[in-house]
Design a protein around this ligand. Structure first.
Ligand code: LLP
Length: 435
């Protein structure tokens, strides 16, 4: 990936976030300055890094006709989506809300694939009107509903079946494994052929492709080649029966190195995938989310208090599980560094729990983490927070969701302002008492 920043590297916290004269920057802008200007907690994204990742994907898979359908769920900020779209990518969506975002950001409908196990009629109709590339169908019930909606609108629906290839995908947490038979995702191989037969025979369905998504934060190529083999065998069988597919979608899930280690080797994946697809004249679709935006975001959070209790040191920050849920929900590990001085420089390094202000014991960003003992008021950066950071933020404890800033061409652009108290209660009503 050409990242060049390793564990404890005094050079910076992630690619695009270097340390210049001791202080962390996003490209040329000091993070401390951004925190002072926009307040904390604050997400900061590096536009150049995001665009570079899209280009890297497109170059790596240039041996086949390729659609990068960026997975909107990882980071759906409109400005982020807009830049990703402008770099030539499309979108992988899982809801009408994500469809709305992708279209509002200028991503053309024909570059959008619609996945998800619970699509509603309303969502299907909106996606059909938007002219999506395909619906990735996950059950027989869904196929029947899609056919009914398409028939009612008189608009044929492009279809791919999301197959469950039943492969082991070693992800760091069981919640992010989706490619095994016992998961709710996809259609078993044994049933997929029958769905293709039905789709092929239906007047308002058009068979276009086949897909799978086996999990998230996978760093080995093997599970992908296993899934590929299952999808290709199905495509070959269908071709023999006269059902010609246009594309194969291997999903997303490509892992990144949260501690500077290499992520999934995309070149190795391309070497396995490209020749197989070219030979069959199949186009390739991939749905990366994390590996496009993960490294390109940091969360800035300020230390409120430092307190000792039960033999532990708690660093209480203004950001926690409501801003970045990954540590609490998946045991996710993120680098945390003081913004103004490199870790370990002249200060005692002690194991600390970095915790948020939320009233939950599970509200933490790190536990037992060796850090130069932070001081109240100090700014900390949480690295590789561009994916599943703001996207999973919540208003729990009636907290206001943070602001998001995009750094582009040396400028800091506020791409989502901090929520307000009025927004917090918007839509709620106090009904008059009837007595
Ligand atoms: N395609 C489908 C159908 C998916 O369900 C997902 C992710 C992706 C693509 C993109 O996966 P990625 O390339 O970002 O790994 N919140 C979790 C990750 C959940 C992933 C859900 N599906 C986390 O923070 O680790």
């Amino acid at each position: 990936m050409g990242e060049g920043i390793l564990t404890g590297d005094p050079a910076g916290i992630a690619p695009g976030f270097p340390r210049v004269e001791g202080a962390l920057h996003c490209r040329t802008l000091a993070l401390e300055g951004l925190a002072e200007r926009f307040g904390t907690p604050l997400y900061v994204y590096d536009a150049q890094g995001i665009e570079a990742r899209v280009r890297h994907f497109r170059e790596t898979f240039s041996g086949v006709e390729f659609l990068l359908a960026y997975s909107v769920k990882a980071n759906g900020n409109l400005a982020v989506l807009n830049r990703i779209g402008a770099a030539g990518a499309g979108a992988d969506i899982v809801s009408g809300g994500e469809l709305h975002r992708a279209l509002a950001a200028g991503i053309p409908g024909d570059r959008i694939v619609f996945a998800g196990v619970g699509k509603t009629e309303f969502e299907m109709e909106a996606a059909l009107r938007a002219g999506v590339h395909a619906f990735h169908v996950e059950s027989d019930g869904e196929l029947a509903r899609l056919e009914a909606v398409a028939t009612r609108l008189g608009t044929p629906a492009p279809v791919a079946i999301r197959v469950n290839p039943d492969v082991e995908s070693p992800t760091p947490h069981e919640y992010t494994r989706t490619g095994h038979a016992a998961s709710k995702f996809g259609v078993p191989v044994s049933e997929a052929k029958e769905l293709y037969r039905q789709a092929d025979a239906a007047s308002h369905l058009r068979v276009r492709g086949i897909g799978a998504h086996i999990g998230s934060q996978i760093v080995d190529v093997d599970p992908y080649t296993d899934a590929l083999a299952v999808l290709l065998a199905m495509a070959d069988e269908l071709a023999a029966d006269g059902v010609e597919l246009e594309y194969l979608d291997l999903g997303g899930g490509f892992g990144v190195g949260y501690d500077g280690e290499p992520g999934l080797p995309l070149e190795e994946l391309a070497a396995a995938v490209v020749p197989e697809l070219s030979r069959r004249d199949l186009r390739l679709v991939l749905e990366p989310g994390r590996s496009v935006v993960g490294h390109a975001g940091v969360l800035l959070t300020r230390v409120h208090y430092v307190k000792r209790s039960g033999g532990k040191t708690f660093v209480i920050t203004d950001g926690g599980m409501t801003e970045l849920l990954r540590p609490s929900h998946y045991g996710g590990w993120h680098r945390i560094e003081p913004v103004q001085s490199p870790p370990g420089e002249g200060r005692e390094v002690v194991p600390v729990d970095v915790v948020g202000p939320v009233c939950e014991t599970g509200d933490f960003l790190a536990r037992g983490r060796p850090l130069p003992l932070p001081r109240p008021g100090e700014l900390l950066a949480v690295g590789t927070a561009g994916a599943y950071g703001f996207a999973m933020a919540s208003n729990y404890n009636s907290r206001l969701r943070p602001a998001e800033v995009l750094v582009e061409d040396g400028r800091a652009l506020l791409v989502r302002r901090r929520e307000t108290l009025d927004e917090l209660v918007r839509g709620e009503e106090i009904p008059p008492r009837t007595d």
